[in-house]
Design a protein around this ligand. Structure first.
Ligand SMILES: Nc1ncnc2c1ncn2[C@@H]1O[C@H](COP(=O)(O)OP(=O)(O)OP(=O)(O)O)[C@@H](O)[C@H]1O
Ligand SMILES: [Mg+2]
Length: 258
């Protein structure tokens, strides 16, 4: 059994706690004169159910931030914590946090159905149940007809939808997607994002998406802007991106969702 949601006994504060919290987080690559500070002094929260776009120019630190949030990378200063998730070990994070990458990520020798079922099997889900959950996730993303195909036999948009299905089949509480539409044409990209957001909403999962595309960013509820490794808080009155309701609070938050 892998409980996905804190039990009633955990109390309401656990239910409301941020899925990811960054406190004065920095990540520096290398050392000495050639060191690159990819992210610095970053404070942010991702509350349950939030839908956040992280926008910024190339090299501004978006991927670095996402990897830190996922626990795929460690900060060189500050702390990244997951107060709203059960357990903080790598296994728990992998179960609760699904990551979608930009490029091809499916295993070429496995069929679509096998690709989606594999992480569940690795989690210890019995084969029959893993297969069923894979089918449900694929059907939710409109891929039921493609289950026996190999990744090479898919379009880029279909392959990315399979990658999304693979993440959602595990029932994550947080989906982190790093330019999930970056290699797709605009209309396919919007379709993939729409199914990702729709399926995440059904699951009640929070979503953080990095993107260069303002239209993609516009599909999410909140936008965080990055520049030179810093999270720039939206200015008041720029379209209501800041939903924290605390104008003096320097912490970026996904804002309260109702
Ligand atoms: N493994 C690494 N080694 C050294 N420097 C790195 C490494 N990864 C990233 N960087 C540097 O850190 C900074 C932030 O990179 P990051 O990939 O987070 O930016 P990004 O906003 O995701 O850019 P893009 O939009 O191009 O994907 C850049 O200056 C980049 O060159
Ligand atoms: Mg990037």
């Amino acid at each position: 059994m892998h409980p996905q949601i804190p039990s009633v006994g955990d109390g309401m504060h656990r239910m409301d706690a941020a899925l990811v919290r960054c406190d004065d987080v920095a990540r520096t690559y290398g050392s000495g004169p050639g060191a690159v500070v990819a992210v610095h002094g970053l404070d942010c929260d991702v509350p349950p159910g939030a839908r956040i776009a992280v926008v910024g120019p190339s090299g501004s630190g978006k991927s670095t931030l996402l990897h830190l949030m996922a626990g795929l990378d460690r900060p060189t200063a500050g702390t990244v914590s997951h107060p709203g998730l059960d357990g903080a070990d790598a296994g728990a994070l992998a179960r609760h946090i699904g990551v979608v990458f930009q490029g091809p990520s499916l295993l070429p020798p496995l069929t679509v159905a096998e690709n989606v079922a594999l992480p569940l099997r690795i989690d210890g889900v019995p084969d029959t149940e893993a297969d069923e959950r894979a089918q449900v996730a694929l059907a939710r993303l409109g891929l039921a007809d493609l289950v026996r195909r190999l990744p090479d036999e898919l379009s880029a948009g279909q392959a990315q939808r399979v990658a999304v299905a693979r993440v959602l089949a595990r029932g994550p509480r947080l989906v982190l997607a790093d330019e999930p539409t970056g290699q797709l044409d605009r209309s396919t990209g919007r379709q993939v994002l729409a199914v990702l957001l729709g399926a995440a909403r059904e699951l009640g999962a929070a979503v953080v998406v990095t993107t260069h595309d303002p239209r993609i960013a516009g599909e999410l509820d909140v936008r965080w802007y990055m520049a030179d490794g810093r999270l720039i808080r939206p200015e008041a009155g720029d379209g209501g991106d800041d939903r924290t309701g605390h104008p003096t609070d320097q912490r970026a938050s996904g804002g309260e969702k109702t």
